[in-house]
Write a protein that binds this ligand. Structure first.
Ligand SMILES: *[C@@H]1O[C@H](CO)[C@@H](O)[C@H](O)[C@H]1NC(C)=O
Ligand SMILES: *[C@@H]1O[C@H](CO)[C@@H](O)[C@H](O)[C@H]1NC(C)=O
Ligand SMILES: *[C@@H]1O[C@H](CO)[C@@H](O)[C@H](O)[C@H]1NC(C)=O
Ligand SMILES: *[C@@H]1O[C@H](CO)[C@@H](O)[C@H](O)[C@H]1NC(C)=O
Ligand SMILES: *[C@@H]1O[C@H](CO)[C@@H](O)[C@H](O)[C@H]1NC(C)=O
Ligand SMILES: *[C@@H]1O[C@H](CO)[C@@H](O)[C@H](O)[C@H]1NC(C)=O
Ligand SMILES: *[C@@H]1O[C@H](CO)[C@@H](O)[C@H](O)[C@H]1NC(C)=O
Length: 350
């Protein structure tokens, strides 16, 4: 499950008092029957104003920076795993103390997806993408004014699209997430992609893939799955015209309008894949790919509102039923760049 936490941030006051989880656990905490251990972590902060590093959009566009950020407490997480206590990231986002000019861009959208999956791959059991009071730059959403939160005219921030994407990414019942080191993206700063394989909770089947293309505008990447991996796939695309974009972002062909309504036609690509298949991921963008029967069985969200189901909210007359499937024409692209090879476990070859 994926949640975000509507708490007011207190992180600025805590800068400088950071402790390592393993130190705290070794210091005696392991003796007590804790239900969870929790962490909060941001890659950078803007408590003392903008600097070259906290306004550095390039940082958020390189997967090489993600493992160092997401796995900085790996020793403590391992210790917690040994005593069966889950670890939660109860607060994360791009830039603490209110965000910088990068925090409301599409670069931050892609980064928050990458970071969440990396948390999962590092053994965290959940993560909360943080949002704060009115007009904090990294917010997921804001009311029209601080005093008119019951009126329409809410504004959606770029990180909201990360939450939308992630809400469909994890498998109900549990996921095992593996960073597949696509094009050596863990180590090679020249790599402009990242990828994750998502297995079911017992690790018996890879059911989903996430492919991130950090490439600049127009740099579409074709990702090819070889034959005999899955009979068919369904996929959705997260995309924006540029990494600096703040509002013209779409997920599965839809952009968020007022009151959480999804505008545009919900678009899912369906492709036969028994003999191999290719998915084109536009730059900058990301794809969520569901394999075979899983695409429909536990699959994609169908609807025109991101807040459907909330009591008291009446959807607009246009938002009622049925997802759209545009067939393979729109999304289908050929020619492989990256090849998935199954040899017992999954491996990727470029
Ligand atoms: C953010 O601000 C920095 C410093 O003023 C500037 O160099 C950079 O281009 C800005 N980035 C964006 C995405 O606006
Ligand atoms: C910005 O990020 C890039 C990519 O990680 C890095 O190479 C560069 O040194 C960073 N610049 C600053 C000023 O932090
Ligand atoms: C893959 O890695 C090579 C070697 O560093 C690099 O030249 C190329 O641009 C990368 N391609 C992508 C799509 O990341
Ligand atoms: C693993 O979990 C899946 C559900 O995600 C289930 O269908 C399957 O039977 C399980 N396999 C084993 C070996 O437990
Ligand atoms: C899933 O449903 C779509 C739309 O009805 C259909 O086109 C597609 O073939 C189905 N895929 C699978 C794997 O059953
Ligand atoms: C979403 O709205 C479109 C028209 O804007 C409609 O065709 C479609 O059936 C709706 N889908 C759902 C699930 O309500
Ligand atoms: C991706 O495939 C499409 C469709 O075949 C092709 O037009 C395009 O040139 C390919 N792009 C790259 C970067 O390989």
């Amino acid at each position: 499950m994926w949640f975000f936490a509507p708490f007011r941030g207190l992180w600025c006051g805590l800068v400088g008092s950071v402790r390592n989880l393993n130190d705290v656990l070794s210091g005696g905490l392991l003796r007590y029957p804790y239900k969870y251990y929790t962490l909060q972590h941001y890659p950078t902060y803007i408590c003392n104003g903008p600097t070259p590093s906290n306004t550095n959009i390039s940082y958020f566009l390189s997967h090489t920076n993600v493992p160092g950020y997401a796995q900085w407490q790996s020793t403590g997480i391992e210790m917690a795993k040994n005593v069966n206590v889950p670890v939660l990231m109860t607060e994360y986002n791009s830039v603490s103390c209110g965000g910088s000019n990068v925090s409301d861009t599409f670069a931050a959208t892609l980064w928050a997806v990458d970071a969440a999956l990396n948390f999962a791959s590092a053994g965290l059991s959940g993560a909360y993408l943080h949002t704060r009071e009115y007009q904090v730059l990294y917010n997921l959403f804001d009311p029209p004014t601080p005093s008119t939160s019951t009126e329409s005219g809410w504004h959606t921030g770029s990180p909201y699209y990360s939450a939308l994407f992630l809400s469909e990414t994890f498998i109900p019942g549990g996921s095992i997430v593996v960073d597949i080191n696509l094009n050596n993206s863990i180590n090679d700063p020249a790599s402009t992609v990242a990828g994750y394989a998502i297995y079911n909770a017992n690790g018996t089947a890879c059911e989903r893939l996430v492919l991130i293309n950090y490439g600049l505008t127009g740099q579409l990447r074709n990702f090819t799955l070889p034959q005999n991996v899955t009979p068919s796939i369904g996929f959705r695309i997260l995309v924006a015209p540029s990494v600096e974009e703040k509002t013209d972002i779409s997920w599965a062909g839809q952009t968020i309008g007022q009151n959480g309504d999804l505008e545009g036609t919900q678009t899912t690509g369906w492709v036969e894949c028994g003999d191999g298949c290719t998915v084109g991921v536009p730059g900058p963008g990301a794809a969520l790919i569901l394999f075979g029967d899983y695409a429909n069985a536990t699959g994609f969200f169908v609807g025109n509102s991101t807040i459907a189901g909330l009591n008291g909210y009446a959807p607009s007359p246009t938002g009622t039923s049925g997802a759209e499937d545009d067939g393979r024409g729109v999304w289908w692209r050929v020619v492989g760049v990256v090849v998935l090879v199954v040899t017992g476990s999954l491996q990727w070859v470029v």
